[in-house]
Ligand binder design. Sequence first.
Ligand SMILES: Nc1ncnc2c1ncn2[C@@H]1O[C@H](COP(=O)(O)OP(=O)(O)O)[C@@H](O)[C@H]1O
Ligand SMILES: [Mg+2]
Length: 221
Amino acid sequence: MRVEVRNLSFSYDYRPVLRNVSLNLENGDFLVVVGNNGSGKSTLVKCILGINRVPEKKIFLDGMEINEFRRRLRIGYVPQKLDDFNYEFPITVNEIMHVSRYSRMRDEDKLALFDRMGILELQNENINTLSGGQLQRVFIARAMVNNPDLLILDEPTAGIDAESEAKFYRIVNDLNDEGVTVILISHNLKPGRSNFNRIMRLTDGRARTIAASEYFERGVD
Ligand SMILES: Nc1ncnc2c1ncn2[C@@H]1O[C@H](COP(=O)(O)OP(=O)(O)O)[C@@H](O)[C@H]1O
Ligand SMILES: [Mg+2]
């Protein structure tokens, strides 16, 4: 999916959070968004997701004005802080997958998705027993059920172990190789892990987009 943001400013209750942010992503781009806590990273993706309402003609998805855009299922989203997911009921991995297209998926496709995400053996586990990395993969699998062409991941590797992190990047890189546009918010971007070709740094709601090569030569900080 193509994503265009034109000079977007956004406030919560008159308090400005994003200031004149612009962005242009082509199909298959992989953008990493970095920046300090409170710099507006989650706010930006919530605008792109249509969770935060924005004025007209500020955001375009595949050329369509976001307020007119109805095909939300084309966007897969893994929100920040999965720790806050605390289910009172003993819900299993299999049950949490029931979003939109899932019930219509063929069993073999479900199994292929589980296998790909490395959660095949977890299907009947209570989600409260999963590690952070396992839960993360369940939520990515869930975000992938509708075959989105934009995947938005908000600090997905915070608090997961190194092996799960490596697994996570392999999965996301593969999806990106297949043409899925990826927006990854990351606190601790390490070189050599992700396929990203674009980096945006947010500082107090102001964005600077730089090429990956520039990041590796000089760093962003
Ligand atoms: N729903 C909200 N209502 C009011 N203020 C918010 C809300 N969400 C975030 N903020 C504020 O907006 C600023 C940017 O937050 P956020 O986008 O979450 O930053 P980041 O993801 O970069 O840490 C912060 O000062 C935060 O407190
Ligand atoms: Mg955030």
